[in-house]
Design a binder for this molecule. Structure first.
Ligand SMILES: [Zn+2]
Length: 382
């Protein structure tokens, strides 16, 4: 089947094995395409992370398309029906799809944004304001040297985006049904619960740390920190990892370590999370240490030109009126929002991202390009 230039670019990107934080040549491909179109492309490198910034025009309004070229590892290969980096076109549920790791998250989005910028510039060579693409190769990892570094660069060069468009997967059931107008914050904590080691046959001489940890988890589940806010769901608490025991069947563990994650809404911050968790531990008399590791702040776009424009463009191209939501994982939009930009995310259906047999419907890839190109023309008009 004949592919459009956007679908072909997405396929070429999927065929590059760019496991985080190794870009492995994806950005070179994008840089070549956009330089030829007239963009000024620079590579920003820090701590082994490669980022590409492509800009055209000057002044305001400044619309920045944000994305990433890195992907998560493929995991268990035996679960994949085709090579994860084949970029094969396969029929899934009766629809022609681009198959492979990164096809949904987010190489089709990157291809759509790059081709939208390309197309917009071809048809509006004398556009007002600035348009650009910023892609990092460390979004799926720890972000070191990635978007936070680039945000500092933009700030120090007076390049403050008015609008930040992110083609991350955002649709829930069908393409076009959801735009993310914010994301929850993310925070991890390591909790070490203390007890006293001893013989399982002599309970009076020991104090089981695993039992105390169980009480603590139950108390956390029974006492949620909030009920959600106007724009966000309730803050979630999840235990992600546990370590306990010596391997022997006759020893009561003296300590229990667990790693917990909070995805929190705009009612909370690191301090309120800590106050809540540590307060509950104190209240039920569980002795433990907490090591907090904040990951990202929540952000929220309550409304404005960007959301109005995107809602109209998605409706026009897909025939579906999207709703706004703040659910799901976080994104690098959290590093751009503090610069003062309106941020939103719109992209493919989320279902297969990070899964084995990741795929994206080809039709959506092309429609995504149309939506972004239309949005650029509306945002850059006076
Ligand atoms: Zn992503």
């Amino acid at each position: 089947m004949e592919l459009t230039s956007t679908q072909e670019l997405a396929q070429r990107l999927v065929r590059i094995k760019s496991i985080t934080p190794n870009d492995n040549g994806c950005q070179e491909l994008l840089s070549k395409l956009l330089s030829e179109a007239g963009f000024t492309c620079i590579t920003l490198e820090d701590q082994g992370t490669r980022n590409l910034l492509a800009l055209h025009g000057r002044g305001k309004p400044f619309s920045l398309c944000l994305g990433h070229t890195d992907v998560v590892p493929e995991g268990d290969l035996s679960q994949w029906e085709h090579d994860p980096y084949s970029g094969d076109i396969v029929e899934i549920d009766g629809k022609a799809c681009l198959f492979g790791r990164g096809s949904t998250d987010m190489k089709s989005g990157v291809a759509a944004m790059a081709m939208a910028l390309y197309g917009f510039l071809k048809s509006h060579p004398r556009h007002v304001g600035t348009i650009g693409l910023l892609v990092t190769s460390n979004e799926e990892g720890d972000a070191k040297g990635g978007t936070p570094f680039c945000a500092e660069y933009l700030k120090s060069h007076g390049l403050i985006p008015d609008y930040c468009l992110i083609a991350e997967p955002s649709s829930e059931e069908v393409f076009g049904d959801e735009i993310k107008n914010g994301r929850r914050g993310d925070c991890n904590v390591t909790v070490t619960v203390h007890g006293k080691q001893g013989h399982v046959a002599v309970p009076s001489s020991c104090d089981n740390a695993a039992h105390h940890a169980a009480r603590l988890v139950c108390a956390m589940l029974d006492n949620p920190i909030d009920q959600g806010s106007e724009f966000f769901p309730p803050t979630s608490f999840q235990v992600s990892n546990c370590h306990c025991g010596t391997g022997a069947d006759n020893i009561v563990p003296g300590s229990f370590t667990m790693r917990c994650n909070f995805r929190y809404n705009d009612l909370e911050n690191y301090a309120t999370l800590a106050q809540h968790f540590e307060g509950i531990a104190r209240m039920i008399g569980v002795k433990c240490d907490f090591k907090w590791q904040p990951e990202g702040l929540p952000y929220l776009n309550k409304g404005g030109k960007l959301l109005d424009v995107m809602k109209e463009c998605v409706t026009r191209v897909t025939g579906i009126v999207p709703k706004f939501a703040t659910t799901g994982g976080t994104s690098d939009g959290r590093f751009i929002a503090p610069l003062g930009a309106q941020v939103m995310e719109f992209g493919p259906v989320i279902k297969s991202m990070h899964c084995a047999n990741e795929h994206v419907e080809l039709k959506c890839v092309e429609e995504l390009r149309q939506i972004y190109e239309l949005a650029l023309s509306m945002l850059q008009s006076n």
